[in-house]
Design a protein around this ligand. Structure first.
Ligand SMILES: Nc1nc2c(ncn2[C@@H]2O[C@H](COP(=O)(O)OP(=O)(O)OP(=O)(O)O)[C@@H](O)[C@H]2O)c(=O)[nH]1
Ligand SMILES: [Mg+2]
Length: 198
């Protein structure tokens, strides 16, 4: 099967205080997860544009919601990473307000992809975020990132870590992905397309 050609994508708008997301009228999906988990890299892999979203070894790089327009019809939202110790309390509170407002009020948000490092599995913050999305009625799905760092024998253990309880199984089995090797990218695209067609 040939790989679907990468769709054109472009930067749309940046929102750090909650005044811009209401202007994004396109159906959208969002990518959430702790700092450094690989949100921006995954977006670049999905769009086939290496430098679309800024990636960094320094955690906490994406400091607000970055919206990208996809194929002129959809939007992807690159969310600020959580769990980053060096962020001030004020900044953390303002992100929380920004994200909760976005999750609870954005009617164009079709689905949230909850990214978790395949080697690490979900922790307390991931569980809280999943519970928050459930309560807000926002569909979500787990995406395990950086699977290229796992040995083949470790893959099953990592997949099991992401299954088995209702909050983990919501939205189907975890998508096992790597921005580096492009593992799982086409399958994730399929899931995104189906989110837009509902
Ligand atoms: N090996 C490997 N490294 C990855 C992968 N995805 C991301 N990385 C690396 O992980 C680091 C963080 O990636 P980002 O995409 O910037 O992470 P982020 O979640 O956007 O981080 P914040 O914006 O700080 O929240 C970078 O050094 C990436 O090169 C992957 O699939 N495999
Ligand atoms: Mg980022």
């Amino acid at each position: 099967m040939s790989r679907p050609s990468a769709p054109p994508a472009r930067f749309l708008i940046f929102d750090s205080v909650g005044d811009a997301w209401p202007k994004v009228a396109l159906p959208q999906v969002a990518f959430a997860g702790r700092s450094n988990v690989g949100k921006s890299s995954l977006l670049n892999a999905l769009t086939g544009q290496k430098h679309l979203a800024r990636t960094s070894r320094t955690p906490g790089r994406t400091r607000g919601i970055v919206f990208f327009e996809i194929e002129g019809r959809y939007a992807f939202a690159d969310l600020p990473g959580y769990g980053f110790a060096k962020v001030s309390r004020d900044e953390r509170d303002s992100w929380k307000t920004l994200l909760e407002g976005y999750f609870s009020s954005c009617r164009k948000l079709q689905k949230v992809y909850l990214l978790v490092d395949a080697r690490r599995g979900p922790e307390e913050e991931e569980r809280m975020l999943a519970e928050y999305l459930s309560a807000a009625g926002v569909p979500y799905r787990w995406v395990a990132t950086k699977v290229d760092k796992l040995k083949r024998t470790e893959l099953k253990g990592a997949t099991d870590k992401l299954s088995g309880t209702p909050w983990l199984d919501a939205g189907g089995p975890p998508a096992m992905c790597s921005a580096e090797s492009r593992t799982g990218i086409d399958a994730l695209w399929k899931d995104i397309r189906s989110a837009f067609s509902t």
